[in-house]
Design a protein around this ligand. Structure first.
Ligand code: UGA
Length: 451
């Protein structure tokens, strides 16, 4: 099939490349000329393992091309995917200006029957509004249809999540849209990927509620971590026991510094704004609490750092391990770890940062931080080491060797991911959110019996 993809950000490039991989002829379009020039050369402008080789293969095979022209995109295909960002406005609601602009640009050139398919995360009601606008603007008028097919891709796993999705959701208004989408996704649907054909509003809401649910699980376990610290319990044991319950499962229950990134925080705020406009007070309260618990983790980590350094961060050297919003990503948008770096700096600390992939992006936001090429360079002379993003590389750190370069062996593991006894055995004072008593007890044992 001939498919166009409007918007070549993370979601758009991934979708365009995966559509080509599924055998379609793809034209991807963006108004950003530099971005289009880059992807057309076969370079993926963000960190997404496995995407670049598939892009290059499909460029070589002539299955994918790129353009900056709406007219060319409109003329090319009869299925047009909208993969445009919906960032957060100052008030928290979703900013629909980019998606509306993309729709205007495309619709003005639509002269024959076609299907526009939205993939962006939008508040309920957006799809129906865009459908009305498209029909108003397009020369093809009522022959333009619109469906909603939300994406559920995680950064770092975008290729896997595109080609082996858990489910496909399609909001449709007519049978012909259903038939077109069945053709577009035939290879996945034949592999028994569940495909749900429903109304536009439910499709939009499924995406919002999926992200809200994931955020709620993370905030729930972080609330439990707080309770653990208040009563001397251990959150990692708690999670282990909870996850054995098949009804609960273990995913999205990693306690720590909380969620960040370009999706979960923005989407629960956009959802809150929508619920407010609908007068759904209890939904607003729920989402507000999820957000508040999440943001409070950052304050808790700062308190812990201040206490660990005797009451003040001023003049102290702090080494930060990990600034990406999650491991296997170079993205620092709404990164809890990078936020902590800014707060440490404001409190007067000298911050030295290490991250396997995100330092160039972090340096654009916080140019004054020191960026180290290795963990030991970051930790040189540090009074405190803070583990803020759980890159697998950090599990392999040798605490004995690192202990030789720091000024004091004090570690905050804000992601509950390092092997606490191993660090303690190397004479580190370890603070772990949700495991404070475990840390103290083990340390007590070790001090009583240094051998
Ligand atoms: C998220 C969703 O997982 C995707 O399904 C969705 O398609 C995407 O948003 C989107 O709306 O486009 P992503 O932002 O890539 O994907 O990140 P996640 O892997 O979900 O992680 C989000 C944040 O939660 C990270 O900061 C991560 O460190 C944190 N997290 C995750 C925890 O703190 N604990 C956990 O147990 C899991």
């Amino acid at each position: 099939m001939l498919v166009t993809v409007i918007g070549t950000g993370h979601i758009g490039v991934t979708h365009a490349v995966c559509m080509a991989e599924l055998g379609h002829d793809v034209l991807a379009m963006d108004v950003d000329e530099a971005m289009i020039a880059k992807v057309a050369r076969g370079e993926v402008p963000f960190f997404e393992p496995g995407l670049e080789p598939i892009l290059r293969k499909n460029l070589r095979d002539g299955r994918i091309r790129f353009t900056t022209s709406y007219r060319e995109a409109a003329d090319f295909g009869n299925v047009h995917f909208l993969c445009v960002g919906t960032p957060q406005t100052v008030g928290g609601a979703a900013d629909l200006s980019y998606i509306c602009a993309a729709l205007r640009g495309l619709a003005a050139h639509l002269k024959s029957r076609c299907l526009i398919v939205g993939r962006s995360t939008v508040p309920v009601g957006t799809a129906r509004m865009l459908l009305a606008r498209a029909r108003d603007l397009a020369p093809a008028g009522e022959r333009v249809d619109l469906a909603w097919n939300p994406e559920f891709l995680r950064e770092g796993f975008a290729v896997h999540d595109s080609l082996q999705p858990d489910r496909l959701v399609f909001g449709v208004t007519c049978d012909s849209a259903t038939r077109t989408l069945e053709q577009v996704y035939a290879k996945l649907l034949q592999r028994d990927v569940p495909g749900l054909f429903i109304d536009l509003e439910t499709a939009e809401l499924i995406k919002m509620s999926a992200n809200a649910f994931l955020a709620t699980r993370i905030s729930f376990i972080n609330a439990m971590a707080e309770v653990c610290d208040a009563v001397g319990a251990d959150v990692t044991q708690l999670v282990r026991a909870l996850s054995h319950d098949e009804r609960i499962g273990g995913r999205y229950l990693s306690p720590g510094l909380g969620f960040g990134g370009s999706c979960l925080p923005k989407d629960i705020r956009a959802f809150q704004a929508k619920a407010t406009s609908l007068g759904l007070g209890s939904v607003v309260d729920l989402l507000r609490s999820v957000d508040a618990i999440n943001m409070a983790r950052r304050a808790t980590v700062m308190d812990l750092a201040t206490r660990a350094l005797g009451g003040s961060l001023a003049g102290q050297r702090v080494a930060v391990l990990g600034v990406a919003f999650k491991p296997d990503s170079d993205d620092v948008r709404d990164s809890p770890a990078l936020d902590i770096c800014g707060r440490l700096e404001l409190a007067g600390a000298t911050v030295s940062v290490h991250d396997p992939a995100a330092m160039p992006n972090a340096a654009q936001v916080h140019p004054h931080l020191r960026y180290a090429q290795s963990v030991s360079e970051a930790a040189e002379g540090a009074h405190l080491v803070m583990h803020l993003t759980e890159w697998p590389d950090y599990q392999a750190i040798d605490p004995v060797a690192l202990g030789k370069v720091v000024a004091s062996r004090v570690l905050i593991d804000a992601r509950c991911a390092l092997d606490m006894p191993v660090w303690q055995a190397a004479s580190w004072t370890v603070h772990v959110l949700g495991r404070q008593r475990a840390a103290r007890t083990a340390l007590g044992r070790q001090l009583a019996d240094p051998a």
